[in-house]
Design a protein around this ligand. Structure first.
Ligand SMILES: Cc1cc2nc3c(=O)[nH]c(=O)nc-3n(C[C@H](O)[C@H](O)[C@H](O)COP(=O)(O)OP(=O)(O)OC[C@H]3O[C@@H](n4cnc5c(N)ncnc54)[C@H](O)[C@@H]3O)c2cc1C
Length: 286
């Protein structure tokens, strides 16, 4: 497997800026995220405070980013990262279907990951999982619940259903009346409220007035919180704790942009992306 110098997770202004600087510094990078960049760029009506680009719309800013990436031949790998594992010498980055390896990692995933369900954190690894593709083999002849907070989560439920006996899929997003492929998939309903463990080791999901029991539960969100992404990261409230060089508590791992704290601003995110990339380069060269 190819080992990249730097894996950059997130394609908002922070991740794009980090990718540009790391590429200019001749590092072999993989940029993981969305080819549409960030919904926070897409949705911005008018941006008035980005130097050199007065009164620019989010759409035009996205165009400018796209041209800059093309100019440097930087490609975006469409990927939703599920977890980052610190292997000592390198990092293993778990995507939906693939694993990437890198010597350093920059996390620029933005904020807005919603609240964890009560019981979710405590049961992580003990009945709660965030990656159906990764943990599906554990569910042969078993039952599983999948709570999907975005429509593509249905695909992970379908994959799980190829292995598990029965899958209960709860689409927890607007118009989530999906029909999934698989006779052993039941669509369930209710607003997810809590996850608990039963005496027999099964897990119970409370959703609205309903309760569902299974061997395990997969909770699939569009964005995941830093503690879900990498368990040993030191946090500062909801953000990843960083120093002024964007170093995190894990050697070789850097964070930048909204995920590294307020204020939430494009230019701050882009500036921190630049610092994170330079710090990663220094780390690799030391
Ligand atoms: C409507 C709106 C208007 C705004 N207007 C302004 C303004 O005028 N001026 C200003 O300075 N700021 C403004 N902001 C704030 C600005 O958008 C944010 O501060 C900025 O986008 C943060 O950049 P970021 O790169 O840290 O994160 P984001 O832009 O949030 O990008 C994060 C990226 O990471 C990706 N990602 C997340 N999780 C994963 C994962 N697990 N795997 C792979 N990729 C992942 C996301 O898909 C996204 O591409 C506005 C925000 C909004 C919502």
């Amino acid at each position: 497997m190819e080992r990249y110098d730097i894996a950059i997770i997130g394609t908002g202004p922070a991740g794009i800026s980090a990718a540009i600087t790391a590429t200019i510094r001749n590092k072999n990078i993989v940029l993981l995220g969305s080819r549409n960049f960030s919904e926070k760029i897409e949705k911005a009506h008018l941006i008035e405070n980005y130097p050199g680009l007065p009164d620019i719309s989010g759409e035009d800013m996205a165009d400018a980013f796209r041209k800059h990436l093309e100019h440097l031949n930087i490609e975006i790998t469409e990927e939703k990262v599920k977890a980052v594992y610190n292997m000592g010498e390198y990092f293993a980055i778990q995507g939906a279907d693939a694993i990437y390896e890198s010597s350093a990692v920059i996390i620029s995933t933005g904020v807005n990951f919603g609240r964890l369900l009560p019981g979710e954190k405590e049961l992580l690894g003990h009945g709660v999982s965030y990656c159906a593709t990764c943990d599906a083999p554990l569910y042969k002849n078993k039952t599983a619940i999948v709570v999907g907070y975005y429509s593509e989560a249905g695909k992970e439920a379908e994959f799980l259903a190829e292995i598990a006996d029965r899958v209960y899929y709860l689409p927890a997003y607007k118009n989530g009346n999906d029909k999934l492929k698989g006779e052993n998939i039941d669509i369930i309903s209710g607003i997810p409220k809590e996850v608990t463990q039963c005496d027999d080791g099964k897990v119970k999901l409370v959703a609205g007035e309903n309760e569902y029991m299974a061997d395990g539960i997969f909770i699939l969100r569009d964005r995941i919180s830093p503690e879900q992404l990498m368990q040993e990261l030191k946090l500062d409230g909801n953000h990843i704790a960083v120093d002024l060089q964007m170093r995190t508590s894990v050697e070789g791992c850097f964070a930048c942009g909204d995920i590294a704290g307020k204020p939430y601003q494009y230019i701050k995110a882009a500036g921190q992306g630049n610092v994170a990339a330079l710090s990663a380069v220094e780390y690799l060269n030391s």
